[in-house]
Design a protein around this ligand. Structure first.
Ligand code: GRF
Length: 202
């Protein structure tokens, strides 16, 4: 178990875009004065607004552009090296929109988590809100899972359900799912940092 009383629990967050989940994590750590240190926020896109959010919170940022590399292996090797500078105990994917190589996933085994906007194992992949509406589902939700070799398929760490109403659109579902994400992801990270969730036992 990590001792929350001494050195801060080191976390690296990977993003590709808006970073509203990153913001929720930053705010939660600050509000609860948790002994968790977001050592760096790394993006594969230099236009990601989440980089601004990190800078405003005085968190170091790095951009590793996937377009600068000839293939996934080289990109992931650069990303891995960048992350490992910070020796994180947890790597948090927060809207990071790249498929990771097996080598990368194996390297970060049991310390790599993702948030996905569906009740996994249903609706892996993209466009989950529209697909849920098209299938006339009555329930939707968000999942936090350990990242394993198969996309959106690792052991579930936490889920939150919402009811789909007749008034919902893909936009309203996205907004309603976001509200759940902003509560669930920071709380799960807190539990992992405190040792209440042991990712090696999932
Ligand atoms: C979230 O809905 C998350 O579930 C998915 O990507 C979105 C990221 O949004 N993986 P943001 O960049 O945190 O605003």
């Amino acid at each position: 178990m990590f001792n929350m009383g001494t050195q801060a629990f080191p976390v690296v967050v990977l993003i590709s875009g808006n970073g509203s989940n990153l913001q929720a994590i930053i705010d939660y750590i600050k509000d609860k004065q948790l002994n968790i240190n977001i050592c760096a926020v790394i993006s594969n896109k230099d236009t990601a607004y989440g980089l601004e959010r990190a800078k405003q919170a005085h968190i170091p940022t790095q951009v590793i552009r996937h377009t600068d590399y000839c293939d996934r292996d080289h990109f992931d090797a650069a990303l891995q090296a960048s992350i490992e500078q910070y020796q994180p105990k947890l790597v948090v994917l927060a809207g990071f929109m790249r498929i990771l190589t097996d080598k990368f996933v194996r390297h970060f085994q049991s310390r790599l988590i993702n948030i996905h906007p569906s009740l996994l194992p249903k609706y892996r992949g993209l466009d989950t809100h529209q697909r849920v509406l098209d299938a006339k589902e009555t329930e939707h939700g968000v999942s936090i899972h350990l990242v394993t070799l198969e996309l959106d398929s690792g052991p579930i760490i936490a889920q939150k359900k919402i009811a789909v109403t007749s008034r919902d659109t893909a936009k309203t579902l996205e907004q309603r799912i976001h509200i759940e994400e902003y509560q669930l992801y920071p709380a799960v990270i807190e539990q992992i940092a405190k040792g209440a969730i042991d990712l090696t036992k999932l």
